[in-house]
Write a protein that binds this ligand. Sequence first.
Ligand code: ATP
Ligand code: MG
Ligand code: FE
Length: 347
Amino acid sequence: RIVLGIESSCDETGVGIVRIRHDGTLELLADEVASSVEEHARFGGVVPEVASRAHLEAMLPTMHRALGAAGVALKDVHSIAVTAGPGLAGALLVGVSAAKAYAAALGKPLYGVNHLAGHVAADTLEHGPLPSPCLALLVSGGHSSLLLVEDLAGKITEIGATVDDAAGEAYDKVARVLDLPYPGGPPIDKLAKQGNGCAIAFPRGLTGSRDAKYDFSFSGLKTAVARWVERCERSGEQVPVADVAASFQEAVADVLTAKAVRAAKDLGVDTLVISGGVAANSRLSALAAQRCEAAGIHLRVPRPRLCTDNGAMIAAVGAHLVAAGAEPSGLELATDPGLPVSTVQIV
Ligand code: ATP
Ligand code: MG
Ligand code: FE
């Protein structure tokens, strides 16, 4: 059975196609993404109206490229999955409208799925089925959460989350302070390689807190970096940008991995999956590998291409729902910009 996935929650228009093999594992047939990130770069963040219009223009060409790359005809598609939330309201509407049109015209079942479950499911396209339970560290532009995943097709529980900025958001804001381009993750990651991560002791948010042992806070860190840079500039010193980038990156990777490993130990879970755009960070994956090995935890991180937004991860959630025998969502499917991660499918 072949499942087609459509993603349009933020600034990436994605269409992915996966096949459910006889043994239940997934085969990735196509993963086409069109991004409007360059149109947002000069604003330093995603402009919702610009993103919606870009989705509208990119949807059909991306669909055709995916079908062509997979060598699949629309009549061979078994069902259609689409991101129904969370995300930007107008952007989500374009993808859901397109998915409904295909589902109605072809008479195929439609599944409205959760974008965050998609980030976790992306890993199954590279490393196979996830053991149950496993722990997921979801770190993206809008979220930083620890999730207990018992079943990708239904049972995901958030055990911790950021109380303010997401990790990716902190990267984007710190990049602006350092005059680096948007989005900030890739340039900071690159610059940090030339700096010393121990040069500046930036704060590790919420690490001493007992009530928030699995929660994160990155807004204090972002402010500390801004203050540090301001102080350098005021005293006429040259800002050691590589050291600032490396020390900021170290603070983020330190807190994320420390809390993820602690949660895995506390809950007796032996597998940790890291996903979302920030999972592409080189220091985060290196430190996670080191700490997981020391703690006897099996670490899984999908390749960077599958970490950032794409349609294949949405097709993967759809495939898990189809395989689990879930009821389709129906053509009245509504979007939910604030959809909680515990709701894997909108029915
Ligand atoms: P959400 O999934 O929460 O709705 P989103 O879809 O916008 O948010 P993603 O596309 O998953 O988020 O991730 C984008 C974020 O990942 C950006 O903030 C970007 O700076 C960050 N990022 C990308 N590459 C790296 C990297 N190498 N290091 C750190 N951060 C990175
Ligand atoms: Mg994006
Ligand atoms: Fe995302």
